[in-house]
Ligand binder design. Structure first.
Ligand SMILES: [Mg+2]
Length: 180
């Protein structure tokens, strides 16, 4: 099984997309007025303002690797289930459909441990994983840094990041073909 560990902030949204959406808002309205009539959750509302380019690059990756599964490592997973995360990611259905789990939240002395350790804890329970990448704008991945596609918080998940992730995931597949 191929897995992508997905962060949201700085990946599916960015400083660039936040600035863009902000400039399109009715500046006379307070934020809570803007979603007063919204029927869904606040997170679903905010997801409308994810970066359309980043979402489409992520969907392009899903198209290239159709069996790719997503495990959410973002803090957006707190208080959510796989089902509610799928709803939150409604602007990118291919991505939402691929979500299978979230990484555990692990705390040490009151602080969350580096994200790489939470990802490792998930991997330890899933020996069926044959290949994985981590997509994140942070780099607290500890010993898993060589599996990281480190996005820029300014731009989010760019086309070049999609190509890097695809290459990292496909490399193992090519190796399998030669092996057998
Ligand atoms: Mg982030």
């Amino acid at each position: 099984m191929k897995v992508l560990f997905l962060d949201f902030d700085g990946v599916l949204n960015s400083h660039q997309s936040a600035t863009f959406w902000h400039s399109h808002r009715d500046q006379s309205k307070w934020e809570n007025e803007m979603y007063a009539d919204w029927k869904g959750s606040l997170k679903e509302y905010i997801a409308q303002e994810f970066c359309p380019i980043a979402l489409s690059n992520m969907e392009a990756l899903m198209g290239r690797i159709p069996d790719l599964k997503i495990v959410v490592s973002s803090t957006w997973r707190f208080g959510e289930t796989v089902q509610t995360l799928k709803k939150i990611l409604w602007p990118a259905k291919l991505v939402a459909d691929a979500i299978i789990d979230v990484t555990p939240a692990i705390y040490k002395e009151g602080n969350e441990v580096p994200r790489g350790l939470e990802i490792q804890a998930w991997l330890d329970k899933h020996p069926e994983v044959t290949s994985f990448v981590i997509v994140d704008d942070d780099d607290d991945m500890e010993h898993l840094k060589d599996r990281l596609v480190n996005t820029s918080a300014l731009h989010g998940f760019q086309y070049k990041d999609m190509l890097t992730a695809a290459r990292m995931l496909d490399a193992e597949q090519e190796y399998d073909v030669h092996l057998f």
